[in-house]
Ligand binder design. Structure first.
Ligand code: TMP
Length: 245
C-alpha cells in the first residue's frame, strides 16, 4: 500500500468549464475531476456530452504517463477512478502554450496563410490566460512585464515544450494520428519546480486521422457543430488508438 492510499477528498478548490479541483488531506496534492461539459468560444458555446469526462481522464492519463516515462516532469501522480486523477498541487502559470505543426485555426486567420501547410520545426505561441481579455496572444516581453514569469523560466519552458512536441508528434503518428496543434499549461509546485499541468486531450489538441485527414477532436463541436454521438465516437477512437500497442 503506498502513501496515496490514504488520500481523502476534501472541499472544492476551484471549478472551471470542464474540470473541478478538490483539495485533499495532503496540502501538496489535489484531485482533478473531469466533467462532461464541452465548451468553445470562451464558454459561449456549450453542451453536455455524457461520459466525455471519463474519456478525457483516461486519454490524459495515458499521455501524461507516456511523457513521464520519457523524462518530462508533470503534476500527474495517478488515476484514482474513471473521472479523477491525483496530482501534485501547483500554482498555474497564467499562460497557454500553443504548439503548431500544421497551419490551421487562429494562425491561418492571423497570418493569412492557407490551411494545412506543414510547419517543419513547429511554432510556439503564448496566450495570456485572462477570460475578461479573451486570452490574448502575447510575447515574452509582455509576460515578463506582467510579472507572470521570468525570461529564464520562459526559456526553460520553451525547451520542455519543444521536447514534448517532438515526443508527442511521434507518439501520435504511431497511432496514425497527426498532431496538428495543441495547448499546454505549466504550474509551480511548492518546491518551485515547474511541472506540466492541466490536461492533454481532444479538448485541447487538434488530431487529424493520418489516412482520411478527418478531425478527431473538439473542432467537430467548435467548427462543425456535429452531433454528440459523432463527437463522442471520435474521442473514443483517439482512446482506442492510444490503447493499441
Ligand atoms: P487556435 O487555433 O484556436 O488558436 O487553437 C490552437 C490549439 O490550442 C488547438 O489545438 C486548440 C487549443 N486551444 C485550447 O486548448 N484552448 C483554448 O482556449 C484555445 C484558444 C486553443
Amino acid at each position: 500500500m503506498n502513501q496515496n492510499s490514504f488520500i481523502i477528498k476534501k472541499s472544492v478548490f476551484s471549478e472551471g468549464k470542464t474540470k473541478k479541483i478538490y483539495l485533499t488531506n495532503d496540502p501538496f496534492k489535489i484531485i482533478v475531476h473531469h466533467k462532461d461539459n464541452l465548451t468553445a468560444l470562451n464558454g459561449l458555446k456549450k453542451i453536455f456530452l455524457l461520459d466525455k469526462g471519463i474519456l478525457n481522464n483516461e486519454i490524459t492519463t495515458l499521455i501524461f504517463r507516456f511523457l513521464h516515462s520519457s523524462g518530462i516532469k508533470t503534476h500527474f501522480i495517478q488515476k484514482i477512478n474513471n473521472r479523477e486523477q491525483l496530482c501534485h498541487k501547483v500554482q498555474i502559470i497564467p499562460l497557454e502554450f500553443v504548439i503548431r505543426n500544421v497551419v490551421t485555426g487562429s494562425l491561418s486567420n492571423r497570418l493569412g496563410i492557407k490551411e494545412e501547410k506543414i510547419i517543419p520545426n513547429g511554432i510556439i505561441e503564448i496566450f495570456y490566460k485572462n477570460d475578461t481579455l479573451e486570452d490574448p496572444l502575447i510575447n515574452d516581453n509582455h509576460a515578463v512585464f506582467l510579472g507572470i514569469i521570468s525570461y529564464e523560466e520562459l526559456n526553460y519552458i520553451y525547451s520542455i515544450v519543444k521536447n514534448i512536441n517532438n515526443l508527442l508528434k511521434i507518439y501520435f503518428l504511431n497511432k496514425n494520428i497527426i498532431l496538428v496543434d495543441f495547448k499546454i499549461e505549466f504550474g509551480r509546485s511548492h518546491k518551485n519546480e515547474i511541472l506540466l499541468s492541466d490536461e492533454i486531450s481532444p479538448d485541447t489538441c487538434r488530431f487529424w486521422d493520418k489516412k482520411t485527414m478527418k478531425k478527431l477532436d473538439k473542432d467537430l463541436f467548435r467548427l462543425e457543430s456535429q452531433k454528440k454521438d459523432k463527437i463522442f465516437d471520435s474521442y473514443m477512437e483517439v482512446l482506442k488508438r492510444l490503447n493499441q500497442e
